[in-house]
Design a binder for this molecule. Sequence first.
Ligand code: OAD
Length: 246
Amino acid sequence: MAIPDSLVAKMLESRKIGVLTGAGISAESGVPTFRGRGGLWAGYPVEKVATVEGFDENPELVWRFYDERRQNLAKVKPNKAHYILAELEKYYDFWVITQNIDGLHTLAGSKNVVELHGNIWNVKCTICSYRGMNREVPLSKIPPQCPNCGAILRPDVVWFGEPIHDSEKAFEIAKSSELFFVIGTSAQVYPAASLPFIAKDYGAVIVEINPEPTPVSVIAEYVFRAPATQTLESLFQKLQEPLQTR
Ligand code: OAD
C-alpha cells in the first residue's frame, strides 16, 4: 500500500502522537464490531445490556451477555495493528486512547493506554467501594458477588449515560499531540468521537484508518480506506529504518 512521503516526514519530525481506536482495530482478531450487519449490538437490546437501568432490572441477563463476551475474548489475541502501536511507544511520547474494553492493546505490550470505556475483566461492587479484576471464564456464579460485602458485582465498563474513564487525560492527549490517528471507529459515540476534532483544533494532523467513511474523514489530512493491519504494516515498514537513526 502506498504511504505518502509527506506522512512519513511528518512522523519523523513528530514527538507526541495520539491514537483513538475503536472496535475495528480488534475486528481482525475476530472480535465483532458494534454497528452494521452482524454487529454486536445487532443481536442485543442495548438499553437492556448496556445501561444501569437494564442492569438494575435484570443483572442476570446483563451478566450472561458479558460472560459470553468474556468467553469469546478469552480466546482472541492481539493482531499486527495492536503490536505495531505497542512498538511505536519506543520512538515517541505515544498514547493509545481506546473505546475497546477487550484489553488487547495492553496484551500487545502498550503501556500508555487510556481505556475510556473500561475493561471487561474489571469488576466493581454495586454497594461498597470494591474494585478488582476477575478473569474467571466462564463465571461460576452469575451474578458474581463482592468479596468484601457480598453484594452484586457489575462489570467495570462504561454504559450508556455514564461518564467515560480518564477523560481529562484523554483530552490532554488530544490537545498536545502533533499527529492524531483515528483507527477503526465509526466515531458516533461521544465524548470519544469529539477527541479527533479537539486534536485538529489544537493543531494535530489527523490520520484516519477505516475501510468506511466516518464523520472524522472530512477533517483528516490522510485517509486510508483499508484494514488497520495492512495500513499500519505498510506505514511501519517505511518508518522502521529512518526511526532508528533519527
Ligand atoms: P463501531 O462498531 O461503531 O465501528 C467500528 C468501525 O471499525 C467501523 O467504522 C468499521 O468500518 C471499522 N472497521 C471494521 N473493520 C476494520 C478494520 N479491519 N480496520 C479498521 N477499521 C475497521 O465501533 P466503535 O466505533 O468502537 O460503547 O463503537 C464505539 C462505542 O460504541 C463502543 O465503545 C461501544 C459502542 O456502543 C460502549 O459500549 C459504551
